[in-house]
Every structure is written in structure tokens, then in C-alpha cells.
Design a protein around this ligand. Structure first.
Ligand code: CDP
Length: 792
């Protein structure tokens, strides 16, 4: 069922209870706004030492020798750690979450500029940094490989010669779909539309950089590790495997996290070095990255070279799609990937459209760049996939001479076709794409803008209006354990709920907030299910000793998986509460009616509140019943969830200097049932801003020697409120049929969906001038070059 409700249908609970559908204020903001958040760098432990990392100045070189004696002799320096030293403990290399290996500190070669070469441990952070230049490394330069095309060319120097028997630079190759059926459909096509495009390398750049404080007791073996991690439990397991520490002695604590966006999923070498150093020295060791370190060495995203084709029949219906992609993985294939899907979930690239055949070929290459491939606000490559199909569909509409919204309406999967099996094997749970696009058109007055465009874009005009559309479908909520795991750990998630005697509760989660508002929204799910006011429910996460095991937060999986676990555990408790209520009211359980927060004897005014029941669970429970009101659920979803949306952007392009500005934009999102509509709107607004940044200004480049251009916020541009356009938001609600509360994820939607809309808008403005494609970021010189034939 689709409801075009803005902002949402009436909540079932009162505002005081604050269950699903209430835009209650974020509980966590009280401490954030008043400067009382506790981030990693706020933690100071007695006797704590500080670590600084020496990084490679070059992209590719053999290490002839490292002389650390001068640094070692500097007053205040406690130790200098090198790869050779780590090798003595079998720690010079570590496994990555993609099943590759990565150097902790370089021993044989450096493979990207910024790679970790040595670390100084000192009594204060300034001494540690001052000692770095005293470490003398003798490098023998090697040619740098800075593109995947160069990397896979015959005869290219092998970057990963550490891997036994490796004779080329291929990081992975993978395919999905039915090649024969797809080729046959293309052979029959009335028209083939194709597009070559590059989704450029970008960096998530959370406000808080990465860091760690490792506190390992050589006496007890207890390792307490404070870490900026999006997945603390998985990290604990990886640490146990890498360092050989018993897992019960490892406690990961995440503190408050100042944004993750995928940047805080991987295990970085600094974490391992600090832990090893603390173990050997017997004191806590702190390492906090500088902004430049974060920008040059931690996980990058995207960098996909993509070729896509659509087969179109005489009725302008798509009959097949094929895509071949080449990803630049950097020197180590390091980020989390579900084991079965080597290009993440790129094969969702068939998008919101109905056709029987598709085929995807994906290859990844090692290059002399920092490890790439993090799911930057993205469900494992969904962003790149969505960009490709939405650019392709717009190009197809232009080529067949149809309005891009009509072309989409003509090809969308219809509401009655859900659940829909895509040609690459996903089962879309629910959707109503026609309604979302129609609503977006209505909100922005699409027809009005088209009229204005026709009036303004006359021959000779120098200010051209462009209207861009993107109607994306995502796949979020990894995932069902049949298909999704990281390093073999199944991607379920968990919730533990304890209701105290006074009716207040604590909810402990396996997922990990980085600012998304989980302390509020997860409390709202419990409020909905048990009728306990959301303000009486404390939400805890990010301390592996005190929360149930989970795979963490990335790829918008918290609500689809952790949120489902929360609803299920609440329902378990409600069942016990019903038995307790029956005991208190001296009736059968079947005679009770439930409304959020209260059991009533049917047909009477006799009732007990959930708080009365909670008290009884500890003071007056019936003979034979266990005391207490608590439980834990590990939730394995039957399927992923498929949020979707339709975005329309209107831009004005100045053909004189190639600049463009957004005149209007609307985003209609459908994430199923919205727990907190205000928080959802906040997530979408942030994502639209990030999408705008990708389309407009964010660009990471390298020179031919592999030197990173732009390692600070002067060069890598983050949009401020000044540059950011205003957005209009709309909503449709198509619940997920298998999610206990009908919710789908939303955290990444707008980052995924919006870049194509911006680029489509610029291309739409320039189509009549012969421009069919401009790669992101759509910088003025690229627009100008496309218009004036100066290349890009
Ligand atoms: O995994 P992550 O938290 O990044 O993404 P998410 O599950 O999409 O949730 C982002 C925020 O939006 C959380 O606070 C969710 O509880 C909230 N949300 C919501 O209120 N309603 C939805 N249908 C989806 C998310």
C-alpha cells in the first residue's frame, strides 16, 4: 500500500510515549549541543603515551633500510616501532575485511603515498611528531601506477609482489546476471544506448578523524581499546584473530563518534600498532589522526570506471542492460565486502526498471593509491550502480526523444509486480515508483519548469535551464545470513532489552550510532511496542563487554536489522508482560486487550500499566515464572529492504564560464514506515548535500607519480551552508512487508540518489548544444570544455 503522506500517517501512541511517527527531539543532542559529548580524544588514561606515524612520501618504492636510532635517542621518545620489529611478533601484515592482506608497517615496499612506515611512541604527542623526521628511510623509487587501466596493462609492474605467485595487478573479478540472455536481447534491440563514465574517487571526511587508545595489561592480558569504529564487535573478533589475544579479554569501546560515513569501518594499521605497542610497553597508547592523515591514508570511496548499455525496443521499453566496471582499489583491497559479492552490491544497477535480462562484469585493480572501496554512505557500491543506471536512462530518454519522466514511467516496475525478482538476482520487497515520481513532479511544478526552459533555452541564450531526474532504488539492510557475511561472520544484528522494576528500560544494541540519532529512534521502537515513554528508555551501544554481538552500522543496516531486532525483542517482552498482567488482574491472558502501555480486561475498566507489570516482574510474579522482564534477540532478516525515491533538480548553466547553480530541487523518498520523520528528513538533507558536493566540487586527484593532490579542506572541498542549495522534501510510504515495523533504511538514500539528478540536470541544459555526458565533479572548466570542444 502506498500512502502519499507528508509527513506521515497518524502515530498510534501519544506524544508523551513518543512511539513510531513522532518527530521527537533527539535525546542525544542535549549533550552534543552543550559540549558534553565524549569523543575518543577526550579520553585521558593515567600514564598514557602518544603515538605518531611516519608515512611514505612516495607512492611506490622499495625500502632499502630504516634507521631509527636518532629518533629513538630523542628525550621523551619511549619506542620507535618498525615493520621489522612487528614482523618479530608476526604482526607486520594483517588480514583485511575483504579477505586480502595489508601491511601494518611497511617492510619490503611502500605502495602508496601516506602508507604507514614507522611509529614513534612518546610521552607527549608533540614529541612523538617531532621525532618523525629523525627516522631515516632509504627508499629506492619504483614507477607509480595511478590508474586501473595502467595497472592491468600487460607488463605493468606488480604492486602486490608480497602475494605469493601474483603476476598481475588484478584485485578481483566477478560477474552477475545472464550473459547469453543479455547478449540475445541486445542483438534484437531497436536501439542501443551506451555511456562511459567515471565516478571519481572521494573521501568520506567525517568531522572526527580516526583514532585509538589501546590499554593492554601485560599482567592480566586485558585489552581495553577505545576506538572510532562503526563495527566494534567485528573489530574485536578481527583483533583476536590478528593479535592472538583471547577474545574475552578484548573490550572495544567506541565513545561518541563524530561521523563515520564508511570511513570508520576498516581496521587501520594505526590501531594494530598502538595495541602492539601498549602490550609490549605496558602502558596505554593513544593515536589520533590529523586531518591530513585522514584525508591521505584512510579508506577512500568510489573510483569506478563504468561502461553501461541499454537495449531498447521500438516501444521505447528497455529490454536489457549490460555493464562492465573497473574499480581502482588502491594498494590493498581493504574494506568490508560481503564474501559472495566482490563488487559489493553493484549488480543492483538494473535500477527501478523492469526488463528480463542483465549482465554485469566487474574487475578491480591494485594501484599505488591508498586503499579504496569504502562504502561511503552507501550499501556496498550501490551509489555507483545507481549513478550509472540513472545517467543511462536519462541519456536513453534524450536519444529516443522522450521526456525523461515519461520514459521512466514507461519502464518502471509496476506496484503489482512486487515482490520483484531482478535480472541480477535481488528480490525487491516493495515499491511504487510511479507515485513517487508523480509526487516529485507535482511538488516542484515540473511542467511549469519545462515551459520556462522552453522559453529561456532559445538559440543564442547564455543562461540555460536544465532539469535532471533520478528515480533510484537501493538495497539496504545487509543482510540475510544465506547471502551476506563479512569474513565469514553472518550479517545478523541484535538487541537486548531490560525493563527495570520502576518501568524504565535499557536497550543494548549491536549496531553503532555515529550521529544518526539511534538513542532516540531505537527508544521510539520500544515505546511503540511496549508503551514505555521513549524518554524512559536508555539506549546503549559501542561497548563490546556490555552489548550483544552485532555487525555494526554502515550501509543503512541499523534500522532494517537492528531496528527489527529491537521490535522483536520488545514483542517477546510484551508476551511475558501479558502473562504478568493476567496474573495481576486475575484473568486469563486471552481476556486482555493491549493498547500501547496498558493491558485492560476486555469489556471492563480494570487495567494495569506496563509500569505496574514491570514492578510485578520483580516483586509479584506468579509461581513458576522467572523473575525479571528482559530478553535478547539476534535477528536474521529474510531479505534486504529496498528504499527508493525520485529526485528532480533544476539548474541554470552559464555557457559563458561553465558555472551552474541549483534553482530548485525536490527529493521524494520512500523508506517505508518512518520512525522519526524529523530524523529521516535530517538524514535526507545531509545526503542531498553530500550528493551535491560529489556532483559539484569534491574531487581527489593524483599526479603521475602518485602524489595526492589536495590533502586538506582548502583543496578537498566540503560544501558549507553558503554553497548548499535549498531542498524541498516529499514522502511516500510503502512499508517493507517483511520488516516487523515496515521500515526500510534511509541513512544513505540521498547520497546514493542525488548525484545523478544534478549531473542529469546539467546535461539536460546542454543537450541541445550536443553535450551527452559530463563526468563528475561537474566543474566549470568541464562544462566549458564540453560546450566548446576543449575536452574535459
Ligand atoms: O544504519 P544507519 O543508522 O546509518 O541508517 P538507517 O538505518 O537508515 O537510519 C538512519 C536514522 O534514520 C536512524 O536514526 C533511524 O532510526 C532513522 N530512520 C527512521 O526514523 N525511519 C526509517 N524508516 C529509517 C531510518
Amino acid at each position: 500500500m502506498t500512502v502519499t503522506n507528508e509527513p506521515g500517517s497518524a502515530p498510534r501512541t501519544s506524544p508523551e510515549i513518543g512511539g513510531i511517527g513522532h518527530s521527537v527531539r533527539r535525546k542525544e543532542d542535549d549533550r552534543f549541543i552543550q559540549g558534553a559529548g565524549r569523543y575518543l580524544d577526550d579520553v585521558v588514561l593515567p600514564g598514557m603515551l602518544h603515538m605518531a606515524i611516519l608515512r611514505s612520501p612516495v607512492a611506490h618504492a622499495r625500502i632499502r633500510s630504516i634507521d631509527a636510532s636518532e629518533a629513538q635517542a630523542m628525550p621523551g621518545v619511549v619506542a620507535v616501532v618498525t615493520g621489522e620489529l612487528l614482523a618479530g611478533y608476526n604482526l607486520a601484515w594483517m588480514p583485511t575485511l575483504s579477505g586480502d592482506t595489508q601491511a601494518v608497517l611497511a617492510t619490503d615496499k611502500v605502495r602508496f603515498q601516506g602508507q604507514e612506515v614507522a611509529a614513534v611512541i612518546a610521552t607527549d604527542p608533540y614529541i612523538a611528531h617531532d621525532a618523525l623526521p629523525l627516522i631515516n628511510v632509504d627508499y629506492e623509487d619504483l614507477p607509480a601506477i595511478t590508474s586501473p587501466q595502467q595497472s592491468l596493462a600487460p607488463g605493468a609492474p606488480v604492486i602486490r609482489d608480497d602475494k605469493e605467485g601474483k603476476s598481475d595487478n588484478e584485485a578481483y573479478s566477478w560477474e552477475a546476471g545472464d550473459k547469453a540472455a543479455t547478449d540475445a536481447a541486445f542483438a534484437r534491440a531497436a536501439r542501443v544506448v551506451s555511456l562511459d563514465t567515471h565516478y571519481p574517487r572521494s573521501h568520506p571526511s567525517p568531522l572526527e578523524t580516526c583514532g585509538v587508545i589501546a590499554d593492554v595489561s601485560p599482567i592480566t592480558g586485558q585489552a581495553t581499546i577505545y576506538m572510532t569504529s562503526q563495527a566494534p564487535h567485528a573489530i574485536r573478533t578481527v583483533f583476536a584473530l590478528v593479535a592472538g589475544l583471547p577474545e574475552e579479554n578484548i573490550r572495544i569501546i567506541t565513545c561518541d563518534i563524530g561521523g563515520g560515513f564508511g570511513n570508520k569501518v576498516p581496521v587501520y594499521p594505526g590501531y594494530v600498532v598502538a595495541t602492539a605497542a601498549s602490550l609490549v610497553i605496558g602502558k596505554p597508547v593513544k593515536w589520533v589522526e590529523s586531518r591530513t592523515e585522514n584525508l591521505i591514508s584512510t579508506g577512500f570511496a568510489r573510483d569506478f570506471h563504468m561502461h553501461g548499455e541499454l537495449a531498447i525496443d521500438a516501444d521505447n521499453r528497455i529490454t536489457a542492460m549490460r555493464a562492465s566496471i573497473l574499480s581502482d582499489q588502491g594498494a590493498f583491497y581493504a574494506d568490508a565486502q560481503p564474501t559472495k559479492f566482490r563488487a559489493g552490491l553493484f549488480h543492483i544497477c538494473t535500477g527501478s526498471y523492469e526488463y528480463p535480462a542483465a549482465h554485469v562484469e566487474a574487475r578491480g585493480a591494485y594501484t599505488n593509491k591508498a586503499p579504496g572501496g569504502v562504502a561511503y554512505r552507501c550499501s556496498f557500491r550501490v551509489t555507483e550502480a545507481s549513478y550509472l543506471i540513472e545517467r543511462l536512462v536519462d541519456k536513453a530518454a534524450h536519444e529516443v526523444g522522450m521526456d525523461p519522466t515519461e520514459f521512466r514511467m514507461n519502464n518502471f516496475i509496476k506496484p503489482e509486480q512486487f515482490p520483484y525478482l531482478s535480472p541480477t538476482g535481488f528480490v525487491y520487497d516493495s515499491g511504487d515508483y510511479h507515485t513517487a515520481l508523480a509526487l516529485a513532479k507535482r511538488i516542484i511544478d515540473y511542467d511549469g519548469w519545462r515551459r520556462r526552459q522552453a522559453e529561456q533555452n532559445v538559440p543564442g541564450a547564455t543562461k540555460l535551464i536544465g532539469i535532471g531526474v533520478a528515480s533510484f532504488t537501493e538495497v539496504v539492510g545487509a543482510g540475510n545470513s544465506r547471502e551476506y557475511d563479512i569474513l565469514g561472520i553472518k550479517m545478523f544484528d541484535s538487541a537486548e532489552l531490560r525493563v527495570h522494576p520502576t518501568g524504565k528500560a535499557i536497550l543494548k544494541l549491536g549496531v553503532q550510532t555515529q550521529g544518526q540519532g539511534h538513542e532516540t529512534t531505537f527508544a521510539q521502537i520500544v515505546a511503540e511496542e511496549l508503551g514505555i515513554p521513549y524518554s524512559d528508555i536508555k539506549v546503549q551501544y559501542g561497548d563490546t563487554d556490555n552489548t550483544p554481538y552485532g555487525l555494526g552500522t554502515y550501509a543503512s543496516r541499523s534500522t532494517p536489522v537492528g531496528g527489527a531486532a529491537t521490535a522483536v525483542v520488545s514483542r517477546k517482552l510484551r508476551q511475558k508482560a501479558q502473562a504478568l498482567a493476567a496474573h495481576l488482574l486475575e484473568v486469563s491472558e486471552d481476556d486482555l486487550d493491549w493498547e500501547p502501555g496498558r493491558f485492560t480486561v476486555r469489556g471492563t475498566d480494570k487495567s494495569v500499566s506496563i509500569q505496574d507489570v514491570a514492578f510485578a516482574a520483580y516483586t509479584n510474579h506468579p509461581e513458576g515464572m522467572e523473575a525479571g522482564l528482559e530478553g535478547v534477540t539476534y535477528y536474521d532478516p529474510p531479505n534486504m529492504t529496498y528504499p527508493f525515491g525520485s529526485y528532480i533538480v533544476v539548474v541554470e548553466v552559464d555557457t559563458g564560464d561553465g558555472t551552474w547553480k541549483v534553482l530548485d530541487m525536490v527529493a521524494v523518498d520512500d523508506c517505508g514506515v518512518r520512525i522519526n520523520p524529523m530524523i529521516v528528513d535530517g538524514q535526507i538533507t545531509g545526503g542531498l548535500t553530500e550528493g551535491f558536493a560529489k556532483a559539484n566540487m569534491q574531487w581527489i586527484t593524483f599526479d603521475d607519480d602518485g602524489n595526492r593532490i589536495g590533502s586538506n579542506f582548502m583543496d578537498y572541498l566540503i560544501p558549507t551552508a553558503w554553497e548548499t542549495p535549498r531542498f524541498r522534501l516529499g514522502a511516500t510510504v510503502t512499508p517493507s512487508p517483511h520488516h516487523p515495523i515496515g521500515a526500510k533504511g534511509v541513512g544513505e538514500s540521498a547520497t546514493v540518489g542525488s548525484p545523478a539528478a544534478y549531473v542529469n540536470a546539467v546535461v539536460d541544459a546542454l543537450w541541445s548544444r550536443g553535450v551527452a555526458n559530463i563526468d563528475m565533479p561537474v566543474l566549470p572548466h568541464r562544462v566549458w570544455g564540453a560546450l566548446h570542444g576543449a575536452g574535459s
